[in-house]
Design a protein around this ligand. Sequence first.
Ligand code: NAD
Ligand code: UDP
Length: 315
Amino acid sequence: MHLRKRVMVTGGAGFLGSHLCERLLNEGCDVLCVDNFYTGTKRNIIHLMENPYFELHRHDVTFPMFVEVDEIYNLACPASPIHYQSDPVQTTKVNVNGSINMLGLAKRLKAKIMQASTSEVYGDPKIHPQPETYHGNVNCIGIRSCYDEGKRCAETLFFDYFRQHKLKIKVARIFNTYGPNMHPNDGRVVSNFIIQALKSDAITVYGDGSQTRSFCYVDDLIEGFIRIMATPDEITGPINLGNPVEFTILELANAIIELTGSKSEIIFKDLPSDDPVRRQPDIGLAKSILKWEPKKPLKEGLIPTIAYFEKMVDI
Ligand code: NAD
Ligand code: UDP
C-alpha cells in the first residue's frame, strides 16, 4: 500500500520535466526523475534533491528499465532543433525504442502513461489553426524528420498499446513552450533572442521573420499535463496543448527588445529547411475536455523568463 502516488518523469531534468517534477512534488507525489542529461542539467533539479520524495536516476530510456511506479510521463527527447539534429539517429531511437521501453514498463505495471508529443506531428501545416483531426504535412526524409517522424511513430506505438494491450494512455501534443529552466544553449527562438538581447548581440531572425509560432508559458502547459493525466481512462487524446495567440518571429524579436531595453539590432539569416511557415493550436478539445486554456499572455511570461536568463548570462 503506497500512501503517495509514485510518478516517474522521463526527461525530468529538462526544461519541462523539471517544472513537472516540482509540481508533482507539490501535489504530494513520490517522484522518480529519469534522465541521461543529454540536454537536461542537474541545475534544473538541484533544489529538489533535498526532498525525500524526489529521486534521480541517471538512465538512457533507449535501454529497458525496471522500476515500480503508478504513473509515467514520457518526456525524454531533445526538443530543440539544434540538439535533436546533432544526433538524428539517437533522436529516432529515443522516440521509438524509448517509447517501446516505457510502454512495456507501463504494461507490466498496469500504469497510466502520458506521451509528450508535439505540434511537429502536423509538419508544415496546410490547415490553420491545427485541430487534432488534421493528419499533417510531414517530410519523412528531411533534417527535422528524425524528430517529427519519431514523434509520429511514438504516437502510433501508444495507440497500438492502447488497442492491443488495453494500456491507459494519454497523448498531449505540445506547441512551442517557453520559460525559466530552458537551457541557455538550447537554440530555440525564445532563449536565443533573450540571450542575444541581454548581451547586446545581433538578434538572429531566420528568413524574413514572417513565419509564426504560438508561445505557451511553462506553468500553463504543466497544468495541462496534470489535467490530461487525471482524465478518465477512455480519454486518450491526442489533445493539443498550447497558447493559441499567434505571433510572427519578428514580433517576438521586437517584444524581447522592448522588454529587455536592449540596443541589439535585428539581422536576417537563412531560413532552415522544412521550417514550418505557420503554427497555431486549435485548443477546442482541451477547453471542452480538460476545461483548460492558457492564462499567461506572452509579454507577462517573458518577464520571468528574461529574469531567469539574466542570472545565467555573463553580460
Ligand atoms: P529538453 O531538451 O529541455 O528536455 C528533454 C530531456 O530529456 C532532457 O533532460 C534530456 O537530457 C532528456 N533525454 C534526452 N534523451 C534521453 C534519453 N535517451 N534517456 C533519458 N533522458 C533523455 O526539452 P523540453 O522542452 O523539456 O521537452 C520535453 C518533451 O516535450 C520532449 O519530449 C519534447 O519533444 C516535448 N515538447 C516540447 C516542446 C517545447 O516547446 N518545449 C514542444 C513540443 C514537444
Ligand atoms: N528562429 C529564428 N532565430 C533563432 C532561432 C529560431 O528566427 O535564433 C526561428 C525558427 O526558424 C523558427 C522559429 O524561430 O521559424 C521557432 O524556432 P524554434 O527552434 O524555437 O522551434 P520550432 O518551432 O521551429 O521547432
